[in-house]
Structures are given as C-alpha cells and as structure tokens.
Write a new protein. Structure first.
Length: 295
C-alpha cells in the first residue's frame, strides 16, 4: 500500500483545537495521524491521558463518536459495539485507544478475550512507557533504568513484550509504528482497516512531561527510538513477521546509533549507570532476537 502525502494532508480533523494535551504530546500526534486514516471510527477509551485531553463536558475536542469507559472494560465494550454495528449493517470501524494500563497491565485480560474471539476491532496502544495520567508511575512497559515516581532509582525489571503476547493469540494483523514516522503509521492503519478481525497497533508516543524531555523534540525522539534499535518497526500477518523499511537495516546492531543518543535527551534516564545501560542494551537485543524468530 502506497499512501500519498496529499492524502494525509487532506485527512479530516479528528482532534480539534482547545484540547488539554501537554505541549509536544506524542499521544495527540499519534491520535490525529491514526484515527484520521479510518472510515467512520467509533473510539472506545479506557482511563488514560486520552480520556483527559478531550476537555471537560460539555466541550469535546474529539471529532468522532467516543465512549469513555473503565480500564478493564474497553475490549468488552468495543466487542459489543462492533457486533451491534454489523447487525445493523452500518459501515463503521470500532477502535480501542488505550495507554499502558489498558494494554500492558490492567486491561490485558479483556483484550486477550476479545483477541481470542477475533472480534472485529482495531486496538491501538499509544506507548509512553508509564502511567502518565495518574502521576508518572511505572508500568510493565517502562524500560529498565527509567525513573518514575514509583521507581525513583530507576526501574529494575525489563520491559514487557506485549506484541509477542498479542502474536500468541494468532490474530490477523499486528504492527508497530512511531510518531517519528507518521507516513509509516498512517499506511499501517489504512492497511489494518482493510482486514477483518482483531488487529493491534503499538505506537511509540513520547511524553515530554513524564520523560522530562524538550517538547520541541518529540518527533525527533520518535525517530531516535527507531534508529537506536530501541523501538523496532514491523508487521506480523498470519504469524509471519516482516520488519518495516524504516527498521530493517537496524537488525544489524552495527547500523544502529548508540542508544545513549536517545537516553541523554530524556531526564528519566539521567541517573543510569554504565551497567544499567549495558543491561538495557541487552534487553533491546534480546527483543530483536525474539522477533527475528517470527520472520
């Protein structure tokens, strides 16, 4: 699929002005790019920053039908909506839009059930690697060494591979994307919209507030996460993995930028020791090795 840039420029406004997003918010960039690629989306949002930035009632900045719901109910609610719309013969796209809590942790049980049933849903996770909405606590998406309010000395555990968990459900389409490469993200969403069943897209979405980074470099951080091998871009279709054009050269560690180029631009990694950086680097290579087994 070859998406032309003019198509992206002429996409509908799905996130209106006056929203409550922080300066440089990776979530808002991800949302505008991904949701605008869909035909008549209905979006289900569990508790997360996305349920906050839409503004206060009665003012709403999401320009698509949106249901706010509890953490563990997102996939259940979306399942009901998707089935009801099919019964009514309505051509809509049912979406779950969640953060770390709704995907990696608290919402895992219900999306797993929906994926096992292969419900006709597109599940997006905007991944900022911690619980940004409730005070910057660690999540299982938080990378090793990152400082959060609950890991002031840096997280000790490695980051969970939620994509490999998703892949174990044998759903028809999985992809990763970064706000640093919006055309790649938009193209993958368009592709996912043409597939029926449970689809999952993980989006790297930097958070300047929680990462203690310059809001002006949010897209740059998205690019660096890919170029350092921190966040590989790929698709998994019917169990077979294909690395994306933007990532395939970074299978070889020699082609990657030093991970320090990425870490040094974020205050959350400022206290990392050389030993912690080595452990983090090993974590990244382990994930690449595990993903390569799916090719």
């Amino acid at each position: 699929m070859n998406v032309k840039i003019p198509e992206m420029m002429n996409r509908p406004e799905v996130l209106l002005r006056g929203n409550f997003a922080c300066a440089g918010c990776g979530l808002s960039i991800a949302y505008k790019t991904a949701i605008s690629a869909l035909n008549r989306p209905i979006v289900v949002i569990p508790a997360c920053c996305a349920s906050v930035i839409q503004s206060l009632h009665p003012n709403v900045t999401y320009n698509v039908p949106t249901l706010n719901i509890a953490f563990a109910a997102h996939a259940s609610a979306a399942s009901g909506i998707a089935r009801a719309k099919k019964m009514r013969g309505e051509d809509t796209t049912t979406v779950v839009w969640s953060g770390d809590g709704g995907t990696y942790d608290i919402g895992l049980a219900t999306w797993s059930g929906a994926a096992e049933r292969n419900e006709n849903i597109i599940h997006f996770c905007y991944d900022n690697g911690f619980y940004s909405n409730t005070g910057a606590q660690r999540s299982s998406a938080t990378p090793r060494g990152a400082v959060t309010t609950t890991t002031p000395g840096g997280k000790r555990e490695k980051r969970k591979s939620v994509v490999r968990i998703m892949a174990a459900h044998d759903i028809p389409y999985i992809a990763t994307a970064s706000i640093g490469y919006p055309r790649d993200l938009y193209t993958k969403v368009k592709k996912a919209s043409l597939i029926e069943g449970y689809r999952f897209i993980l989006i790297d979405a930097p958070c300047p507030t929680g990462w203690n980074s310059d809001p002006a470099i949010t897209p740059e951080l998205g690019e660096l996460s890919v170029k350092t091998g921190f966040f590989p871009l790929y698709e998994i279709e019917e169990g077979k993995l294909t690395f994306s054009k933007r990532s395939i050269r970074y299978k070889d560690p020699a082609n990657r930028l030093p991970v320090e180029n990425y870490l040094e631009k974020q205050g959350r990694f400022k206290s990392m020791t050389s030993d912690q950086i080595k452990l983090l680097t090993d974590d990244l290579q382990h994930e690449w090795d595990m993903l390569s087994r799916l090719e």
